[in-house]
Design a protein around this ligand. Structure first.
Ligand code: AMP
Ligand code: MG
Length: 399
C-alpha cells in the first residue's frame, strides 16, 4: 500500500500543467497569472505631491522667507508648471506632479492666504522633500511586479491596471466531471424510498472546486451497472480534462470503478493509501495525460481525499505556487491505534499571541458527514504513534 507522502508525490509527478489563455482584466480576479508583469513606468511615474498646500524651494525657507507670492495653481493631472523660486510658490493639490524647481510641500492647514500671497504659520515644521513621493521610489520601470503562478486578488488587479495590462495570460480552468456512483443514490429534489439515500458527495465536491476556483464542473450520477458505467465514463473522459468519481472503489461485488477505468485504458498509479479515512482511494492517468481520481463513497472519506489529494493536483494543473503548510496544535490528547495516518476533523481557534489551536471533532464513522458541518478542515496526524498529546503540532487542511 502507498503512504500519504508517496501518494502525494506520485500524483504530483504525473499531473500536467494546463496551457494558457488570454483574459480581460475585467474578468481577472481569481485567475492564476501565467506571465511575469513588469512595470510600464517608474512607480510612481513622477515626483508625486502627497498633500494639498504650496510647493516651494526649500532654500527660500532656509533663508527665512515665510510669505510667498502665488505663481500659479497646479492640480492632479496638470503638467508641471515652470517654477521659479525666490519667494514664490505654486498652490498644489494631492496627486499633482511636483513643479520643476520645487522640493518641499507645506500643507494648506499651515498656511493662510491674503490676496496673491500665502503666509506660512510661524511654528510650522518644514523639511526638505516633505510630502513628496519620489519618482521610482516604489519600483523602477521594467522591474517585475507580479510573478507567474499567483492567484490574482484585488491588489494584483490594481497592479495590472497600473502596468497598462488590459489583457493577461492566465490558466484556463480544467473541465472536471464529478461522477457519483451507487444504486442507492437519488438527487436532492427526487422522491426517496426507505432504502435510498440522497447523493451529497457530488454536491460537496462541486462546492469545493467552485470555492477554490480550480475547475469548471459537471455532475453525473451513475448506477452500479458495469456496461452503463463503461459507456458513460468513456464519454465523460473524452469531454473532460479530469474525472473525479465517488463510490465503487472498495471490495464489494458492485464496486466496478477500478476495473471499468482500467478497461478504458486509464493506467493505475495507486490503489489504497495507508490512511483513515479514505483508504480505498484509486488514482490513475490515461495516455492523453488526463487524471482520474476515484474516491471512496463514504462522505467523510470523499471530502478528505478531495482536499488532501485532488485540490493540490488541480492547483498544480493551474500552475499555482504550492500552498504554505498551516501548522496548528492539538487542544487535547488524541488516541489512534491503527498503523495509519489519521485525518482528524477540527475546529480552529486562535490564541491572543497568534497560535492556532485545533479542537478535535471526530466523526462517528467515515459515513458521518453531518459532523463535518461547522468544522474548519482536518489535521493530518502521521503514522507511527498511538497517542498524539495535547500541543502536538499538525498540518491543517482547510475545507
Ligand atoms: P461505496 O464507496 O460506493 O461503497 O459507498 C460507501 C458509502 O458511501 C455508502 O454508504 C454510500 O451510500 C455512501 N455514498 C456513496 N456515494 C455517495 C454520495 N454520492 N453521496 C452520499 N453518500 C454516498
Ligand atoms: Mg457504492
Amino acid at each position: 500500500m502507498t503512504d500519504v507522502a508517496d501518494a502525494e508525490r506520485l500524483i504530483a509527478a504525473r499531473i500536467p500543467t494546463t496551457g494558457t489563455t488570454i483574459r480581460d482584466l475585467d474578468d481577472a480576479v481569481g485567475a492564476v497569472l501565467r506571465q511575469a508583469i513588469r512595470a510600464e513606468r517608474d512607480q510612481p511615474p513622477f515626483d508625486r505631491v502627497t498633500m494639498d498646500g504650496i510647493a516651494i524651494d526649500f532654500s527660500d525657507w532656509e533663508n527665512g522667507i515665510r510669505e510667498f507670492e502665488v505663481a500659479g495653481t497646479q492640480a492632479a493631472g496638470d503638467a508641471a508648471l515652470d517654477f521659479h523660486g525666490a519667494g514664490r510658490c505654486i498652490e498644489i493639490m494631492t496627486g499633482a506632479m511636483l513643479p520643476a524647481g520645487a522640493n518641499c510641500i507645506i500643507p494648506v492647514e499651515r498656511t493662510s492666504r491674503s490676496n496673491d500671497s500665502i503666509r506660512v504659520d510661524g511654528d510650522a515644521v518644514v523639511e526638505k522633500l516633505q510630502f513628496i513621493h519620489p519618482r521610482g521610489s516604489d519600483r523602477l520601470a521594467g522591474s517585475e511586479l507580479l510573478a507567474p503562478g499567483i492567484r490574482l486578488g484585488p491588489p494584483e488587479v490594481a497592479v495590472l491596471a497600473s502596468a497598462g495590462c488590459a489583457e493577461i495570460e492566465v490558466s484556463p480552468l480544467p473541465r472536471v466531471a464529478v461522477i457519483s456512483t451507487g444504486d442507492e443514490l437519488v438527487d436532492v429534489d427526487e422522491p426517496i424510498a426507505d432504502h435510498q439515500i440522497r447523493s451529497s458527495n457530488d454536491r460537496a465536491i462541486e462546492a469545493s472546486l467552485k470555492q477554490h476556483r480550480v475547475a469548471t464542473v459537471t455532475r453525473s450520477r451513475l448506477r452500479d451497472e458495469r456496461d452503463v458505467m463503461l459507456s458513460a465514463i468513456r464519454e465523460l473522459h473524452e469531454q473532460n480534462d479530469v474525472l473525479i468519481l465517488s463510490g465503487g472503489v472498495s471490495m464489494g461485488q458492485y464496486d466496478f470503478v477500478p476495473s471499468v477505468l482500467e478497461e478504458l485504458g486509464v493506467e493505475l498509479v495507486f490503489h489504497r493509501i495507508e490512511q483513515r479515512p479514505g483508504r480505498p482511494m484509486w488514482f490513475g492517468m490515461s495516455s492523453d495525460d488526463k487524471a482520474v481520481f476515484a474516491l471512496p463513497g463514504n462522505p467523510v472519506s470523499t471530502m478528505v481525499c478531495l482536499q488532501r489529494y485532488v485540490l493540490p493536483a488541480l492547483k498544480q494543473m493551474l500552475g499555482l505556487e504550492s500552498d504554505v503548510a498551516e501548522i496548528v496544535r492539538l487542544s487535547a490528547d488524541v488516541e489512534f491505534t491503527a498503523d495509519l495516518a489519521y485525518f482528524l476533523p477540527v475546529v480552529v481557534t486562535w490564541t491572543d499571541d497568534g497560535n492556532g489551536i485545533a479542537e478535535p471533532r471526530p466523526t462517528n464513522t467515515s459515513g458521518d458527514f453531518v459532523s463535518l458541518a461547522g468544522t474548519d478542515g482536518f489535521v493530518e496526524l502521521p503514522r507511527g504513534t498511538d497517542l498524539y498529546t495535547a500541543g502536538t503540532p499538525a498540518r491543517l487542511f482547510r475545507w
